[in-house]
Write a protein that binds this ligand. Structure first.
Ligand SMILES: [Zn+2]
Length: 124
């Protein structure tokens, strides 16, 4: 499963960041996934559940924000959002574009961690 290896590296990244921040537990992980990232969010969530076992991310909630595809259309001279992510054409003039500006990312956006019992929540 392609998403499991993505989830594993994501968990690794999040764990490193959380430990550096002095976390004892991670409650929530927020990521941005582009519509063209080639990731099925449901499969990623399943992979995340598997990847977080016996880590400080165990039972953390994964929040996935989907990022729409944005391309640059040179005839229009602006960034546009294609209505169909399968055929990437400008919705204004219909010109196909391969200058993709957004929609391919897979980014760790934020973590909600438990630092210590006296100070339970701190955004990273
Ligand atoms: Zn256009």
């Amino acid at each position: 499963m392609h998403e499991l290896s993505i989830a594993l590296s994501l968990v690794h990244l999040a764990q490193d960041a959380a430990l550096q921040a002095g976390a004892v537990q991670v409650k929530r992980v927020q990521i941005e996934v582009g519509a063209m990232a080639g990731v099925v969010p449901e499969a990623l969530e399943l992979g995340f559940t598997i990847a977080t076992r016996e880590t400080i991310l165990e039972s953390a909630e994964l929040r996935v924000t989907l990022v729409p595809v944005v391309v640059f259309c040179s005839p229009c001279g602006q960034e546009v959002e294609p209505t169909n992510s399968l055929s990437i054409c400008c919705p204004l003039c219909g010109t196909p574009s391969d200058d993709i500006r957004r929609g391919q990312e897979l980014d760790l956006v934020s973590l909600e961690i438990v630092e210590d019992p006296l100070n339970p929540e701190q955004p990273l």
